[in-house]
Design a protein around this ligand. Structure first.
Ligand SMILES: Cc1cc2nc3c(=O)[nH]c(=O)nc-3n(C[C@H](O)[C@H](O)[C@H](O)COP(=O)(O)O)c2cc1C
Length: 170
């Protein structure tokens, strides 16, 4: 029996991001956005983050073409946006036109109205099994007001109200 990796990982609570990239076709720029939870902070100096994407992902193909992307770390009110951006490409592109977003100053990739965002340029990529890990150099990042974060756990979106930690713990 193969190990039940998917089942075991259901109990790992993660944050949720929307990754954005684009491809230029002459004077037209086609943006795309996907919901991801495989984001990891890799290195502070230089500042690097990683993201794992399915080998056959169209979003991955665009990202590897443009070599630039943005990550918006979602707050608890963004579950609907996360659902839309985990669908097929047409619904993702439709969702993008309704989400408040503006092009990042450093990469041009769309940055959403979110508690934190990062703009990345491709540093390296590795094919690992059925996914590609892309490692990005963070060329810009910011955190706004703290908001209740969006989590993903056991196949469901959840929110964490961390405004009142027990016993004053951080
Ligand atoms: C909470 C959540 C997290 C996800 N994280 C990832 C991820 O890290 N990598 C990935 O390839 N797909 C991830 N997905 C699936 C993509 O959002 C979805 O399959 C996307 O539409 C794929 O785009 P594609 O058309 O480029 O393949 C996630 C979906 C959900 C609901």
């Amino acid at each position: 029996m193969p190990p039940d990796l998917r089942g075991a990982m259901r109990n790992l609570a993660t944050g949720v991001c929307i990754a954005t990239t684009y491809v230029d076709h002459g004077d037209r720029r086609d943006h795309d956005a996907v919901t991801v939870n495989s984001v990891t902070s890799v290195s502070l100096d230089p500042p690097l983050v990683s993201l794992c994407l399915k080998l056959e992902s169209r979003f991955l193909a665009d990202l590897l073409t443009t070599k630039k992307w943005a990550l918006s770390i979602l707050d608890g009110s963004a579950a609907a946006a996360a659902r839309l951006c985990s669908g097929d490409r047409a619904s993702r592109v439709g969702a993008l036109s309704s989400l408040p977003a503006s092009p990042g100053r450093h990469t041009g990739a769309l940055v959403l109205d979110a508690p934190s965002w990062l703009e990345c340029e491709l540093w390296d990529s590795f094919q690992l099994g059925d996914h590609t890990m892309v490692v990005g150099e963070v060329v810009a990042a910011a955190a706004g007001d703290p908001r209740v974060p969006l989590l993903y756990l056991r196949g469901r979106y959840r929110t964490l109200d961390d405004t009142d930690p027990p016993n004053g713990e951080e």
